[in-house]
Design a protein around this ligand. Structure first.
Ligand code: ADP
Length: 179
């Protein structure tokens, strides 16, 4: 599914983010930037061991929840990895929605600062961090669509969704945004 917002596109695909040919891919990292399971493990496995070293060297204090930091992309086709730290879902009363929105916004800021034309996101926080996919998808898609209405720099944002349930949920939300 592909939809135009401003002069840019939002695309939803079912697949693996590590193989995407875009300028930047986003990682769902933890605040220690220490590597983990899920999409984080897959990205570090595919990009190679230099990325963990670069993270430790450039960001020894880690990254707060709701923010993101940039590194090179090692063996990946992308030029950059943006390591975003989404919130752990704790029922919705711990500013999770603001923190998730801010994680996406920081990645979009990094994309603009690094002159990226294309960025691929996973579904941040909806795995081990247990954020409900319908709520997270709404924030992800609205935050990106709002930015695409106002930026000339980013031309494509691709959401790379790893399972059919997440892909279906994001697709339904994007459809409701068209009417
Ligand atoms: P978080 O800790 O932020 O919840 P996870 O990595 O546990 O991060 O999960 C985030 C989402 O990324 C989940 O939907 C998970 O299925 C998905 N995911 C896992 N591996 C990949 C991959 N290789 N490409 C894209 N998405 C992935």
């Amino acid at each position: 599914m592909i939809v135009q917002f401003g002069s840019a596109l939002i695309e939803l695909v079912l697949g693996d983010i590590t193989t995407q040919e875009v300028d930047a891919i986003v990682n769902a990292a933890n605040s220690f930037l220490a590597g983990g399971g899920g999409v984080d493990g897959a990205i570090h496995d595919a990009a190679g061991p230099e990325i963990i070293k670069e993270l430790a060297r450039r960001y020894p204090d880690g990254c707060p929840t709701g923010s993101a930091v940039a590194t090179s992309a090692g063996l990946l086709a992308a030029q950059f990895i943006f390591h975003a730290v989404g919130p752990v879902w704790e029922g919705g009363g711990k500013k999770e929605s603001q923190l998730l929105q801010s994680a996406y916004e920081t990645c979009l800021d990094l994309a603009e600062q690094n002159r990226c034309r294309s960025v691929a996101f996973p579904s941040i926080s909806t795995g081990v961090y247990r954020y409900p996919v319908d709520l997270a998808g709404e924030i992800a898609l609205r935050t990106v669509a709002t930015r695409l209405e106002s930026t000339q720099q980013i031309k494509l944002v691709r959401f790379v969704l790893f399972d059919q349930g997440t892909f279906g949920c994001y697709s339904r939300i994007l459809e409701t945004m068209l009417v």
